[in-house]
Design a protein around this ligand. Sequence first.
Ligand code: HEM
Length: 503
Amino acid sequence: MTHGASAHHRSDGPQAGHAGAPSHDDLVDEKIIVCYYVAALTFLTISMLAGLLVALQLVHWNPFKGTELLSPGRWRMIHTNAIAYGFLANAFLGTLHWAVPRLTFHKVFSKPLSWFIFGAWQVVVLSTAFGIVLGPTFQDQPWILALAKKWHLPMNLGAQGLEWGETPFWIDPVALVGLALVAVNFMVPIGKSKGPMYVSLWYFMAAFVWTFLTYAMGNLLPEYAVAGTSAGAIGGLFIHDLVGLFVTPLGWGLMYYFVPIILKKPIWSHGLSLVGFWGLAFFYPLQGIHHFLYTPIPMFLQYGAVISTIAVELVVATVVINFFGTLVGRGKEFFDNLPIRYFYTGMVFYFITCFQCALQVTFTFQKLIHFTDWVVGHAHLVMFGVFSLWLFGIMTYLFPRLLGRPWWSRSLCEYHYWLSAGGLFVMFLDLTLAGIFQGYYWSSLQPWDASTNGSQPFWITRVFAGLAMFAGLLCFLVNLWMTARGAEATDPLPARAAGTPTA
Ligand code: HEM
């Protein structure tokens, strides 16, 4: 393993001066990256609209009152699934098609396989959405029930009753085959690579193996093999490992790739990058049961989860220190360079998330905040504040390169950043505070209504914070549309800032 990635983009990459090295156009299939990004942004839009719908329901402004198929109970699950599998997975897969060939100097194993995986993954995400909308069984939709009877279909074709594992049982094998093919498609170029084994590649390889195993464990074991508290323990592992062993290694792997390239300097400490990787590998898989503290799951497992959660915070601190060490001497980039600003804002939010986690995982804190909106605030901070901001930074950097022209509007790029980061920060503070209030309402044994009424100001604030985040996304989409159409740039970014292919 060596320092963070040092592959470079087209204009100054090693390809340029590297005798015999394949060119960017030979290595990278740009079309599939654009398709993955378009799919990702489509699912993000749907997910955010679903989030707004649920948020409106909680302040009694549900615009679709009485329409069962649009009920917030169903759309809350669409909100979370569309984010994890529709937005994050698609955006990561697209970016890997850029990063892996450029790091290894080898194409993905097979281009047709890449397109097959792309199609299969959209089928997985859409089937999950249909499964959720239709309900766990067909019993509650008479017209589908009639069709199912007519075609002799089993009755449980809808969503599975597993948190984050709502994907219908019949689509699980497709998803697993898809994940195995993803691993083959990217591991082959990594295996062929004669160059240094960059830390990014370590994270990617780990993610390919872990994601497959995590998905299999979380979707198959509670469904077929274990029940009761054992299934609960596995469910806890699954939901946490999805964040820790799928999203986190891909996210950090990409940071180790893009930050050195954009800052044009190596990662500060090779040793710290090793500590970060192995610490994540060792401590993360042990944490999942911290989602179910104070349950009948054996206490030694609960205490083990608490201790390994606190341990991982030390690891996280080393990774964040390493990236800030890398920024030393280039601090100006934080202000001038939009992707760097996205990346480092995400890292600050990452540190806050993990610091918060080390506190909230203790039994003392859990007594107050368990099941409250504190947890929802925490979930948004990590999923949007960290990983989505990183992906927005990556897209801000890559779209001009993929489309071959600068962003149409620099102001819209800036609005996207400020509305996303600002809206998220307000939502996080608001829900954290709401959680503390809710905890005290509940522990004072006041009637349930007291806590829901007391939550209204916080829930109203969430609607406006969510609208700001959604407005940010709209700015990005309009900007992307105008850029893709080839409209003349209104206020192009200067060379050092994101967007121009020469940046
Ligand atoms: C338009 C902006 C958004 C709004 C208004 C919104 C609103 C909501 C609401 C109302 C819930 C349900 C909370 C509950 O059950 O009490 C929720 C859950 C969740 N949202 Fe969002 N959301 C938004 C954007 C996002 C984005 C962009 C992400 C991820 C990138 C995200 C990730 C999540 C997660 C992970 C949960 C589950 C939280 C948990 O189970 O603790 N949300 N959101």
